[in-house]
Ligand binder design. Structure first.
Ligand code: ATP
Ligand code: MG
Length: 217
């Protein structure tokens, strides 16, 4: 299965979700390829830390970009059970081509005004991809959800996410938690944290997202 993690906005959690899903899938015994299709190369840096620290299962990671993205993803993914692609937060040829190669796209968004506006644009981009890639499945996931209801636009964001035409609404949300920041720094997924009470919620919610994404694979 080829899963693309993408949003037109920066900082929504694409790399966090890509790396977590890739590792959890590898923990299930699958041969997983993590493609870094973002020029910032954050997933590549993450993979380098993971390798340096000797964490198992190891992740195969490579960077790609540009007009050849579709062909490269298709070709490179053949050698693996599953491929997870972390795409940069802008409307680029790389994003457009990655969506043509994908079985599924996960669109993370933050309940903030600027992110909510970005969702409509991403919905259009996914809609255009679906005209050429009919079987593309798309879901949105609200990330960095603060537990303080006063300082977030959760209800407004939910209404907009539910109204999108091409991206299915998922009930899944990911909380704003320090566990995710620790994992990125250490080259691990939340499921690899030393299980303490405060990490439990992040493990449960990331496993729920994993189950939704790979349910048909
Ligand atoms: N649920 C979360 N709780 C707390 N921090 C988070 C969460 N998700 C992501 N972060 C942090 O937010 C920052 C941005 O996340 P990340 O790099 O995954 O986003 P991105 O969409 O890949 O960003 P970019 O557009 O720059 O590639 C990182 O510092 C990350 O550790
Ligand atoms: Mg990123």
């Amino acid at each position: 299965m080829i899963v693309v993690i993408s949003s037109e906005k920066g900082g929504t959690g694409k790399t966090t979700i890509s790396t977590n899903l890739a590792i959890i899938r590898a923990q299930k015994g699958m041969d997983v390829f993590l493609i870094d299709a973002d020029s910032q190369r954050s997933a590549t840096d993450f993979s380098a830390v993971r390798e340096q620290e000797g964490h198992q299962p190891s992740l195969c990671c490579a960077g790609i970009s540009g007009p050849g993205t579709y062909e490269e993803i298709r070709k490179m993914s053949q050698k693996f059970d599953d491929t997870v692609v972390d795409v940069g937060g802008r409307d680029t040829i790389t994003l457009r081509k990655a969506l043509l190669a994908a079985d599924m796209v996960v669109v993370p968004f933050i309940p903030s005004q600027l992110d909510i506006w970005g969702l409509d644009r991403m919905d259009e981009i996914v809609g255009e991809a679906k005209t050429m890639n009919e079987n593309l499945r798309a879901i949105s996931v609200m990330n960095k959800v603060d537990s303080n209801p006063k300082i977030i636009l959760k209800d407004e964001a939910l209404t907009i996410a539910k109204g999108l035409k091409n991206i299915d609404f998922s009930e899944l949300t990911i909380g704003y938690r320090v566990s995710y920041r620790r994992c990125i720094a250490d080259g691990i997924a939340v499921t690899e944290l030393q299980k303490s009470k405060k990490d439990e919620k992040s493990i449960v919610e990331m496993l729920s997202l994993y189950e939704e994404v790979f349910k048909d694979a």
